[in-house]
Design a binder for this molecule. Structure first.
Ligand SMILES: *Cc1c(COP(=O)(O)O)cnc(C)c1O
Length: 404
């Protein structure tokens, strides 16, 4: 994404052109960025040849998942719906991991029938439920146990998952009990220790700490885990020139760990694969001068893109046509929804803009469309995949008749 002749451009197409053909709000994804991200992710961890399972919850567009599948990735799913999408996108069941704290019997039965690679259980009750269902089907099912390593991921509180006050995983005491329990079970086959300490992690140190904790726990449990699932969480830089995760150091820490434990590593990245491939184009409906500041009211809202309202996340927000006239007044970019949290970002200075201009919100490929809703009976935006100068509609804009 860059300005060419003052026009903001994704691959070889300007957002102006996209909006003219497909209207706004519209999600646009860059195919080549997706490809580059996957290539880089693989390169960063080449020396440990992990199984990479894309976290489907970050972007549930089946066409995107199909592209990701073509690069050989598996899937990490957290619901039956996501499992269905992953299978329909062509991901082989032997590359699918099922995570989540609240899998229902229906979901577990479906996962077992589809012969997925691994179910990562997060409680004693869940292990016993999987065991009961497996027994009724006369099967032995491969499971992992998610450990809560009580490690602070040093990320936003709302997306931290590896501290003891978080609902995820089991503590060390329960973990040891479950290892013992599984050893004596005829219907669950404990293959994996899994962790996932949070999202948007930019510091390698929490990962190092997490590996130290796992190391101790494996030694103490005296059990040979064929797989270690380290989850996802690798952060991206949402702002220019911000800190980047040091993949080298993370990988080095894993290699050190693998010298002691001969396991295969699984990753479940979401954001780091799709976060920066997505852009949301939106049109300015009104500019309202409220004295101290201007409210820039967009046709995109929190129902289309929820991260700012949900986590206070800040995303680069750019005019699709650049000029050099700076307005020295606060501009607050908001949506039309009847909630005060329906705001995206504000700037002390922004370039001169007017009603009907186009605004692009950047890095919305992860937890963008997948978190969208129909709040205020607003149809969901169209999704487009851009490859060079080609634009593919990968999901149509919802119509009012779909909603009413
Ligand atoms: C959300 C989630 C992921 C993906 O996290 P990212 O920050 O998008 O990489 C991976 N594993 C589990 C269990 C998750 O809940």
């Amino acid at each position: 994404m860059k300005y060419i002749n003052k026009k903001l451009t994704i691959e070889k197409v300007s957002f102006q052109k996209i909006a003219k053909i497909y209207n706004t709000p519209a999600y646009c994804y860059s195919y080549n960025k997706l490809k580059e991200n996957i290539k880089n992710f693989k390169k960063n961890f080449k020396s440990i040849s992990p199984l990479i399972c894309f976290a489907v919850k970050s972007n549930t567009n089946i066409k995107i998942i199909r592209e990701i599948k073509k690069f050989g990735l598996g899937a990490d799913v957290v619901s039956m719906g996501e499992l269905m999408i992953a299978l329909k996108a062509g991901i082989k069941s032997n590359k699918i991991v099922f995570s989540g704290v609240g899998k229902t019997s229906e979901e577990i039965k479906y996962a077992i029938d589809k012969k997925i690679f691994l179910i990562n259980a997060e409680s004693v009750s869940e292990v016993k439920k999987i065991e009961r269902i497996a027994k009724s089907k006369k099967k032995k099912i491969k499971i992992g146990i998610r450990l809560n390593p009580n490690t602070d991921a040093k990320t936003l509180n709302q997306i931290s998952t590896g501290k003891k006050e978080n609902k995820f995983g089991v503590n060390d005491k329960v973990f040891f009990e479950l290892v013992k329990y599984c050893k004596n079970s005829n219907n669950v086959d404990l293959k994996c220790l899994s962790v996932h300490i949070g999202s948007q992690i930019l510091d390698h140190k929490p990962y190092q700490k997490m590996l130290k904790v796992i190391n101790k726990i494996i030694k103490k449990s005296n059990y040979n885990f064929e797989f270690i699932d380290l989850g996802g969480g690798m952060g991206i830089s949402y702002e220019n020139n911000k800190k980047k995760l040091d993949y080298k150091k993370y990988c080095l820490a894993i290699k050190k760990f693998l010298k002691i434990h001969k396991s295969k590593i699984i990753f479940e990245p979401g954001r780091s694969i799709v976060g920066n491939i997505g852009f949301l184009i939106s049109k300015i409906i009104y500019i309202k001068d409220s004295g101290k500041k201007n409210f820039v009211i967009l046709d995109a809202a929190m129902n289309d893109f929820m991260r700012p309202a949900l986590y206070g996340a800040l995303h680069r927000t750019l005019p699709s046509l650049k000029n050099n006239k700076i307005l020295k007044k606060t501009h607050e970019f908001v949506g039309p929804i009847c909630e005060s949290t329906d705001r995206f970002i504000s700037f002390k200075n922004f370039q001169e803009i007017k009603e009907n201009d186009l605004i692009v919100i950047c890095d919305v490929g992860a937890y963008g469309m997948s978190l969208s809703s129909n709040y205020n009976v607003r149809p969901k935006p169209i999704e487009l995949l851009i490859k060079g100068s080609k634009i593919n509609v990968i999901k149509k804009r919802q119509k009012y008749k779909d909603l009413i």
